[in-house]
Design a protein around this ligand. Structure first.
Ligand SMILES: [Zn+2]
Length: 202
């Protein structure tokens, strides 16, 4: 307790508002401004600073995404930071599914094998539904797995699954066609099928 109080007191003593202003300027690459405040254009600087904050945030966001081993497909279709059209197009029930599919928030083995007892290398996370030697990732789930062929035929254009490729899958996920967005979201029914299959096999 005494140590904590001492640490807080020390922080307040050495980290006053001047320190915080200087730290912000240094963090956002305006270190010269602190020592040369007389040359500062006070009217334009807030906007310049704001633009810099946005630019650096985007840079950091892009780096984090690029290094992510979880969202390895996401980085290929989400190349720009910004609002996505599908958020306005899809009703809430479908929007949740589509968002989760895009961000790899689901129960496919490519993700669950990372954090369950079934911890296994990425290249061994085979599909438990069709028992193939295909990795059960979003691409396999949407375009390949034979167990969902009926649902797939019902909702997705055959161009995406007759001669499937990751490239076509990425095209599908970035579609701006409203009906196509709704249709791919309806593939959420396949997730229900998956739950039933994997549950009965326990
Ligand atoms: Zn499969």
């Amino acid at each position: 307790m005494i140590v904590t109080v001492f640490a807080i007191t020390r922080y307040i003593m050495y980290h006053n508002w001047v320190y915080n202003v200087k730290k912000l300027l240094v963090d956002y690459e305006f270190v010269d401004i602190f020592d040369n405040a007389h040359v500062l254009n006070t009217k334009s600087f807030p906007l310049v600073f704001k633009m810099k904050v946005i630019e650096m945030y985007k840079r950091e966001w892009y780096d984090t995404l690029n290094k992510s081993i979880v969202m390895d497909l996401h980085k290929f279709f989400k190349s720009n930071f910004g609002y996505e059209m599908y958020l306005d197009v899809l009703p809430k029930s479908l929007r949740i599914f589509f968002s989760r599919l895009r961000m790899s928030v689901h129960h496919l083995r490519i993700q669950t094998s990372r954090y369950t007892n079934d911890n296994r290398p990425r290249n061994e996370r085979y599909c438990v539904v069709c028992n193939s030697h295909d990795i059960e990732d979003e691409y396999h789930f949407i375009c390949i797995c034979p167990c969902y062929s009926n649902v797939r035929k019902q909702y997705i254009d055959k161009i995406y699954y007759v001669k499937p490729s990751v490239y076509k899958y990425l095209q599908l996920l970035t579609t701006v066609d409203k009906q196509e967005l709704i249709n791919i979201s309806l593939v959420k029914h396949a997730l229900l099928m998956r739950s039933n299959i994997t549950y009965t096999e326990r």
